[in-house]
Write a protein that binds this ligand. Sequence first.
Ligand SMILES: C[S@@+](CC[C@H](N)C(=O)[O-])C[C@H]1O[C@@H](n2cnc3c(N)ncnc32)[C@H](O)[C@@H]1O
Length: 258
Amino acid sequence: MMDKDTAQKLAQSLTADSADIIPFLPYLLQDLWELGSSGSEMADLLRRHVSITPGFTALDLGCGKGAVSVALASRLGIRCKGIDIMEDFIRTAKQKAAEYGVSHLCEFVAGNIINAVGSEQGYDLVIYGAVGGVLGTRAEILRALKSAVRPGGYILLDDAYRPDDTEPPLSGEYLTFEEWRALIEQAGLSLIALSDAPERPDDDARDFECIRRRAQELTAAYPQHRDLFERYVKSQRDEYDDLAEKIVGAVFLLKKPE
Ligand SMILES: C[S@@+](CC[C@H](N)C(=O)[O-])C[C@H]1O[C@@H](n2cnc3c(N)ncnc32)[C@H](O)[C@@H]1O
């Protein structure tokens, strides 16, 4: 049984305004594998900037259905441990690892990363892919990720920043790039690279359309929850609009000092 705060943060991490949506998330998101981050984008960043030695290990916090871990294992031979609180997502992650022939490199476990992050240590890489505020404020998140990485290790953080001249967007609290830079420095980390991957409006639009269709099916099955499903679809649309117009999705590659 999940406590109220964890449930609220889980809902927020998947762009929902209410924890009541949680039992319906597996149905709503059944057509998507990547739930936030792009595995190929992260693999490309690592390939360009990091020397991947045999036995290189990664911890994927809030791994969802394992899209990033499976990409890093199959493309770069990285040994990944993924943790996610949604058992249904973990089941899919294991199936995907088998499908891609990387079960021997991927371990997926159901668990709460708020508890796990204190005991998981010594990784070459820690991934926090579009998980939002589950581990606290941005400063707390950086501190927690740093504690799980070995000296000289790396962090891949998928978040966003807002251009200096935009008003704070409605559906999230975003930092400017300069604010990120200052926070990264305060955390004692170095910014090695920032993903310059192109926007993917077609993929985003397709994902949104899948979710909208599934929400319609749920509304037909559970008309008493119509408002819940409509609000969920609206939150998704607001986030896609923000990403298209107001904020810049970004993957930060950070390094912990030796
Ligand atoms: C937007 S999804 C991103 C998933 C994955 N990183 C990806 O990019 O495909 C956020 C994930 O965080 C997970 N999550 C939220 N709160 C969590 C918690 N306390 N412990 C573990 N996972 C959590 C959700 O279940 C969800 O899979």
